[in-house]
Design a protein around this ligand. Structure first.
Ligand code: PA5
Length: 433
């Protein structure tokens, strides 16, 4: 179980505050499980964790094996909830440089359609030159502009390279079971396709084929991920503050009520950056509405202590921090002695880098708490495929509870339409009747 430690926030809130909000968290959890809260039709993610593979999961595994065996590169096209989850899992487990030296058998995985940058697209075309590749195109609505543009270009490239029939065997679509342009195209062209359940919104879809297919292509054991999520589902059903999801949801709301409107979500792992991005979308899009919401800021430590550290330490006191820790890896790096000792590091001779990391963590928590930044710590244990599934479920549940306590619908995102409306008007998009 993930341990949430709130011992470093007692200066900011009292036990009485915590007890006072308990009933609200209880009601939020009941509303979520009973389906009496806002957006109740979008709670399908609660039932995604699985112990045994379904036919669909086996098909995901088989398709992943095919892509691994016939492609040097797999391009995953999608944006928002159709992009961040798989990238978060892959980079957290395999590191931000996982593509280096990869190819047929364990393909490189690139992401496209998550923006409109021509430079990014051109770079990708360069990376695909002379490579065998496949496309996974993900869009729940099947109509999102950014992935649709990237897909149109990459599909043309694929068809030019392989001809239409083989190209169609190298395109995999993940979309709504019935509606949307992508479903229609998949049916027409005979692409192998997977379903995003209508009851599961984009940012809660990482445990559907949206996250699982790219993860499986990366060689991640998706059954272990799903099993980890089941463990989470069972463990975090507790209806008390012994449930760390309750504690996290409650403390976030108490912090917000006391004027802390920004949450820094930090870890000491560089591979965590994209996971932080996934968390940012999950909480930002779920809570930021009706004039409310905590602004979510992911951070990578210690790197960001040399960029955000000054502001966190001494800037406006309107933030709190959540720090994640994982157990140390098995393979350790020991700091060597040096006869000259010009860098003055000999006092660390024989110590591991992990020991220094731990001291940096403790020192940072102490400094930030002294500086008036309450710090929640999450001890996540061993980082592996299973843990990632548990972490996804834990944060999704915490987010839904937190949003209900905040008094908003966690499952809609009406604000996202505004930029699209303006963009379509400027582009002269014809109305579809
Ligand atoms: O969480 C969400 O619902 C959004 O971030 C969507 O995932 C994002 O807008 C992409 O939408 P679609 O999957 O329909 O292309």
């Amino acid at each position: 179980m993930i341990q949430v430690d709130i011992s470093n926030i007692w200066g900011e809130l009292s036990l009485r505050d915590l007890l006072a909000i308990e009933k609200e968290v209880f009601d939020a959890h009941a509303a979520l499980t009973d389906g009496t809260g806002a957006g109740a039709d979008f709670r399908g993610w609660l039932n995604l964790p699985l112990r045994e593979p379904t036919q669909e999961i086996t098909r995901v595994q088989n398709v992943a094996e095919k892509i691994r065996s016939d492609s040097d590169v797999c391009v995953v096209i999608g944006i928002g909830g159709s992009y961040l989850g798989p990238r978060a899992a892959i980079e957290l487990l395999q590191g931000p440089n996982r593509n280096m030296g990869k190819g047929r058998g364990d393909p490189q995985i690139f992401f496209a359609g998550n923006g409109l940058s021509t430079r990014h697209y051109n770079e990708l075309l360069g990376l695909l030159e002379g490579k065998d590749f496949s496309l996974i195109v993900i869009s729940k609505s099947g109509t999102t502009t950014e992935p649709a543009i990237a897909f149109r270009g990459l599909r043309w490239l694929l068809e030019r390279k392989y001809g239409t029939d083989e190209a169609n065997r190298r395109i995999y679509a993940i979309t709504d079971p019935v509606s949307g342009a992508l479903r229609q195209m998949a049916q027409q062209q005979g692409w192998e396709s997977f379903v995003i359940p209508p009851s599961t919104g984009g940012r809660f879809s990482v445990l559907t084929p949206v996250g699982l297919l790219p993860m499986a292509v990366a060689g991640i054991d998706i059954l272990a991920v799903l099993n980890g999520a089941v463990d989470g589902k069972e463990a975090y059903d507790l209806r008390s503050f012994e449930n760390p999801a309750w504690l996290y949801a409650a403390v976030r709301n108490l912090m917000y009520r006391s004027g802390k409107a920004i949450e820094v979500f930090a870890s000491f792992e560089p591979g965590f950056k994209m996971f932080g991005g996934w968390w940012q979308q999950l909480f930002g899009e779920s809570e930021g509405k009706d004039g409310k919401g905590i602004f979510p800021v992911p951070a990578e430590l210690t790197a960001d202590l040399h960029s955000l550290g000054q502001l966190i330490q001494q800037g406006q006191r309107n933030l709190f921090e959540t720090m994640l820790r994982f157990d140390p890896p098995e393979k350790q790096m020991t700091i060597l002695g040096d006869v000259q000792n010009l860098d003055g590091l000999n006092y660390l001779e024989g110590k591991t880098m992990d020991f220094v990391d731990e001291m940096a963590f403790q020192g940072t928590v102490e400094a930030h708490v002294d500086g008036g930044v309450p710090v929640i710590t999450m001890d996540c244990g061993q980082l592996d495929d299973r843990k990632v599934g548990e972490l996804f479920y834990f944060l999704e549940l915490s987010c839904a509870l937190s949003a209900y306590v905040l008094g908003v619908n966690p499952f809609n995102q009406p604000g996202v339409e505004f930029y699209k409306r303006n963009m379509f008007q400027l582009l002269g998009k014809p109305e579809i009747s």
